[in-house]
Ligand binder design. Structure first.
Ligand code: HEC
Ligand code: HEC
Length: 277
């Protein structure tokens, strides 16, 4: 927590207020983790030989691989394709023959990396295809509904940020979240995209050059994919004319409400601490 202590006085009071809330919010169960990281890893280490939905390359098209094979088979295969071929596994040897005797090189993948790849494969299977490089920086208006939805989950803390940064909802509200939803420590972001536009919003989310945010996200930056998804979400709320949504579960609301309450206690304590200095 010491790392969050800020030099500016106003910033410090705000940070003290925000911390209990942030701690609660980061403890929320995460949803849909790993698709952007899986996509990035796939582009870096697998796309030279595989596509997902664009046909066979050096190796097989991996579209639907988790339905045509047992997940446990794919897990063992990814740990060491070589060992599986040499061990006489019938599927691995059939693939080897079909792909002209080219052996897939052994990959050093952590469990988390493999989970990210699996999440990416499932996401592609749901969409019917995934173009390589699809996760690069793009205009917010090109986002898919899935990307906007994932941006919302990141904003609300329902999905964890890869580098462990706190969810935006700890300090910001957007109209989409409703009356008790988001934090009120900083500006409501409902119309920020409309005001800043694509040209200013993209660097804003990259540099996070605002009070408090610079301190919090400097050490825990959003990944490129996360910056894009949050941007896409903020773009979608800024042009959404519908009333605030009501499908929020009670459990989650309770936590946010409690967080806001604790945040106010934090403001009081933070104020006292400062008075002593
Ligand atoms: C140098 C090319 C190459 C690279 C890089 C590569 N593969 Fe492969 N992959 C193959 C080939 C070729 C096969 C077919 C089996 C064999 O001959 O080893 C294969 C087979 C597979 C299979 C089994 C497919 C099926 O239909 O059952 C999976 C799953 C797989 N690769 C995943 C990956 C993942 C994930 C990565 C990246 C982390 C990756 N591969 C990187 C060449 C490659
Ligand atoms: C600890 C509190 C805090 C957290 C958490 C936080 N922000 Fe901020 N943010 C601020 C403050 C303070 C400002 C600058 C003053 C203001 O606009 O109220 C700001 C400003 C902004 C602005 C500029 C708004 C405008 O219209 O000029 C954007 C965009 C923004 N934040 C996005 C985010 C996103 C996205 C996240 C989550 C990844 C996030 N913030 C998390 C405190 C926070």
């Amino acid at each position: 927590m010491d790392t969050y202590v800020l030099s500016r006085r106003r910033g410090r009071a705000l940070a003290v207020a925000a911390l209990p809330m942030l701690a609660l919010l980061t403890a929320l169960p995460a949803a849909a983790q790993g698709v952007p990281e899986g996509a990035q890893l796939f582009n870096q280490r697998c796309a030279s030989c595989h596509s997902v939905g664009q046909g066979d390359r050096v190796g097989p098209d991996l579209m639907g691989v988790l339905t045509r094979r047992e997940e446990s088979w794919v897990t063992t295969f990814l740990k060491s394709p070589g060992a599986m071929i040499d061990g006489g596994d019938p599927i691995a040897n059939e693939l080897l023959k079909k792909f002209n005797g080219i052996r897939m090189p052994d990959q050093q993948l952590t469990d988390d990396e493999r989970k990210g790849l699996f999440a990416f494969f499932r996401d592609c299977a749901g969409k019917g295809s995934c173009q390589p490089g699809e996760t690069g920086p793009k205009l917010a208006s090109d986002a898919t509904p899935e990307q906007i939805e994932h941006g919302r989950q990141l904003f609300e803390g329902r999905a964890a940020l890869t580098n462990g940064g706190p969810p935006c909802i700890g300090c910001h509200n957007v109209r989409d979240i409703g009356v008790v939803g988001g934090g009120t420590l900083a500006r409501d972001l409902t119309f920020s995209f409309a005001r800043l536009g694509e040209r200013k919003m993209t660097p804003a989310l990259k540099d996070m050059d605002f009070p408090l945010m610079k301190d919090l996200y400097g050490k825990a930056p959003l990944t490129d994919a996360e910056q894009y998804e949050v941007k896409a979400y903020l773009a979608s709320v800024s042009r959404d004319g519908t009333p605030p949504r009501k499908d929020r579960d009670f459990f989650y609301l309770g936590f946010v409400g409690m967080g806001v309450a604790l945040g106010f206690i934090g403001i009081v304590l933070g104020g006292r601490g400062r008075a002593k200095n």
